[in-house]
Each structure stands twice: as C-alpha cells, then as structure tokens.
Design a protein around this ligand. Structure first.
Ligand code: ATR
Length: 271
C-alpha cells in the first residue's frame, strides 16, 4: 500500500492523519497515512528510513519545515519563497519539495468567497507563517499589501523579497496611522499566548474581512477582538489547514478531494 505520513515534534496534536484518511476514502485511493515523531535533531535520518521503507511522500510540520527545505533535491517556487517546506514527494530517488500553506490560505479564502484581487490587504506578522503565504497572496494581485510587524526589519525583508515597491510596504505598528484595509490577515503568533498584536480598530472599515491563521475552540483571540470592534466577517485558520492538506493530497495522488465533510468533522471536534 502506498505510504505517507506527517513528521513533526510534537505530533499527537496533528489532524493530518484524520484529514488524509478521509480524503483517501472519499476518493477511493488505496494508501496509508501515519504520524511520525522524530527527535528534534533526527529529521533527516527519519526521512531516510521512511524513503527506504518505500514511502511515496510526507507532510512536514514544526519544527522540521526548514530541515525539509534543506534535504530537498527540487524546490517549487512556493517552497523557495517560503524558505520552508510542508510537502515532500519521493520520486525516482529524488526528494521533490513544495509548500502548500499559502495556496491553502487562498483556497480557504475562495471557499469563503473572499477575493483578494484589487483589495487592500494588511498582513500582520513577518515570521515563518507570514513568509509562507506571501507569494500566493501576491499571485491574487491585491491593489496593495501592507506588512506590519513588531520587528520592522523583518517586515521590510519580506517586502523586499517581493520586489514590488509600488504595491507593497512594510511598517511598524506605530506607523499604521488611520488607514483601513479590505482584508486583514493575522499571521502573527501572538494569539497562541492569548495576546493581541498592538493594532487599533482603525485598520477596519464597514466591510473589512478578518482572517486569523490560527484556530481553536470558539473564536480566536484576534477574531474575537475584531468582532468586538464591529467586524462582521471573521474566518479562522482551520480551513487553511484543510486546504493545504488537500493540495498536498492532489500533488501526490493527482486527484483533488472535496473539503466540505472534513470541515464539518473537524469543526465539531474542536467545539
Ligand atoms: P511562525 O512560524 O508562527 O510565523 P515565528 O516565525 O516565530 O512563528 O514568527 C512569529 C511572528 O509573530 C513574528 O512576526 C512575531 O513578531 P516579531 O518578528 O517582532 O517577533 C509575531 N509576534 C509574536 N508575538 C507577538 C505579539 N505579542 N505581538 C505582536 N507580534 C507578535
């Protein structure tokens, strides 16, 4: 049976096995998908063993996304731009790497009928999560992208990578002023410690849409704050998780799974 897995440390929390097993049964693909926990310095050895066992591919999550980038023989443009890899395919002795996180975000936005084309977008954060979505975000051709981060130099580095000065700028939180945005995407990790990034509600106008890349039971810290400040449409990152998995599945199996059923299942499990 064709073999896949997700590699991470920790890994018990991963929803990838459930998601991919659902995709496999839904699309009649005969495959297995497990969870593997290498030591934090043991990723490369673990992958070697996995390849030797005849595996076809894997997903990679924290803290191994950069290790996966380093062992790749071939990197997609998205993986290169992200500097990180979440999907490996083992093809004819080659390790072929991609990053589906950013395209997962866009697919989830489209699922929610949110278009970025010609929109003013604010991206909060400039760490790995923000970098991972940059290229697919720009592919949508927003009218303007502002990247805001506590450490401004990191936001500036991301903006510089895009090479699109007219359409992209980088600022610190105190430089945001009073401008508002059509779509606000929170890619900072502040919510993981139940904190808010230091933005004011000025970033929103009447029809702003707020997307938080994290998810959990109930509203995320950032989305709750947005709702409290009058934002009518907020979306959390559960759909992004599912859509990035669907894209990995499609890369490996050549079929695109439907995501409705697993969206319902995972949402029910969370709440
Ligand atoms: P990830 O892989 O989740 O992106 P990361 O690379 O460590 O994790 O990046 C975390 C991001 O969240 C950074 O942009 C960080 O800001 P700094 O670059 O200034 O450190 C941001 N962040 C974390 N906690 C924050 C907080 N309380 N307020 C604002 N930004 C925060």
């Amino acid at each position: 049976m064709d073999k896949y897995a997700v590699f991470g440390n920790p890994i018990v929390q991963s929803k990838s096995p459930l998601i991919h097993q659902q995709f496999a049964s839904q699309t009649d693909q005969v495959m297995e998908y497990s969870a593997i926990l290498p030591e934090v310095d043991g990723f490369k050895d673990a992958i070697k063993l996995f390849i030797q066992s005849g595996a076809k591919g894997c997903n990679v999550t924290a803290p191994f996304k950069h290790d996966a980038y380093e062992i790749a023989d071939e990197l997609s443009v998205y993986a290169k731009m992200a500097g990180a890899v979440n999907t490996l395919s083992f093809i004819d002795g080659q390790i072929v790497a991609d990053n589906t996180d950013g395209r997962g975000l866009i697919a989830d936005l489209k699922h929610h009928k949110v278009e970025l084309n010609n929109k003013r977008v604010l991206l909060i954060g400039a760490g790995g999560a923000a970098r991972g979505v940059l290229l697919p975000l720009m592919d949508e051709q927003p009218s303007h992208l502002t990247i805001v981060n506590r450490t401004v130099s990191k936001a500036q580095q991301l903006a510089d990578m895009l090479n699109s000065e007219a359409k992209v700028n980088a600022v610190g939180f105190d430089e945001l002023g009073t401008q508002s945005f059509d779509v606000v995407i929170n890619a900072s990790s502040s919510g993981l410690s139940k904190q808010l990034p230091p933005v004011t509600a000025n970033i929103f106008h009447n029809t702003s849409i707020c997307y938080d890349m994290v998810y959990g039971a109930g509203q995320t810290t950032f989305n709750q704050w947005a709702v409290d400040n009058g934002v009518k449409r907020v979306i959390d990152g559960l759909g992004m998780l599912i859509e990035q998995a669907a894209l990995s599945f499609q890369i490996w199996r050549g079929v695109k799974p439907a995501t409705e059923q697993i969206r319902t299942t995972l949402r029910q499990q969370l709440n």
